[in-house]
Design a binder for this molecule. Sequence first.
Ligand SMILES: [Mn+2]
Length: 325
Amino acid sequence: MAVKLSEKDEIKVNEIVDILKNKNSFLITSHINIDGDGIGSEIALFIGLKKLRKNVEIINQDKLPKMFKFLPYSDKIKIFNEKIKEKNFDVGIIIDCGNIERVGELKDFILNLPFLINIDHHLTNSNFGHINWSNPIFSSTGEMIYFICKKLGQINKKQAICLYTSILYDTYCFTHHLSNFTFDIVKNLLTKGINPEKIAQRIFFEKSIKSVNLFKEALKTFKFYKKLSLCTMEISNKLLKKTRTQEEHTEGFVDFLISIKGVEVGILFKERANGVKVSMRSKGKVDVENIAKKFGGGGHREAAGCFFENKSLKEVEKIILKELQ
Ligand SMILES: [Mn+2]
């Protein structure tokens, strides 16, 4: 028998569905550096609202990474710009964001909308919406959107592709952060005629040669700290230039670090124009969200990140290592 939502979650779903049915225009957004969970959730909900003949747009700060272009309606996703500021929406739906800063440049625009729905599965959430449905028991916001879409009507194949992508992405191919709902939901999505092999291929097993070249170089910076059961790798701007790659080509690198036997924490340091992004993974003994939070970041116990403005790779590595000792 399928696992049921708790009464508390059920109430939230009903409150949200009520608004979706009664209001007319919706803006859907997610966090900066949009990922598979955010994008899959956005599109599944977009389709659900389109089916109700609502006006709905997906607008993000950042451009969609190429790997997600196979998703239905991915070409409909807009990037935030000055023109959008003139638009009006009844409701803003913010997905997969622990706080409103996570939407990036859209923040002020979003905060001026008359009604906000906040749907999130991070450990901590600042409850910035008028309706806040936040619960870390879910593997992904895809699982939460599943329950919403189901209430809006039959889930179709296109929605199933998106929701499957969300769950697959945030559980890293069903290897961590699974919930009591994950396999029930997936079983249901599979009845919609989706091709799970193809989706997994697109997201995890289709590395570009560019990405491999970058990885080859990045491995030269690989460090193993036995006492801390930690390993690290770094991506400098110089390296990106040399291999003609961008940050999106580092997808999966940090997951490789945590796949090593005997390693409890894997960290990837990525230099950007204005600072250093830190991506962390843990097998569960160490709470990396706690570390990220200390430096203004966030995430989950097993996967978290933070950003250091105007600091060098060396400085940031020192700070993080000290935190882990
Ligand atoms: Mn997520």
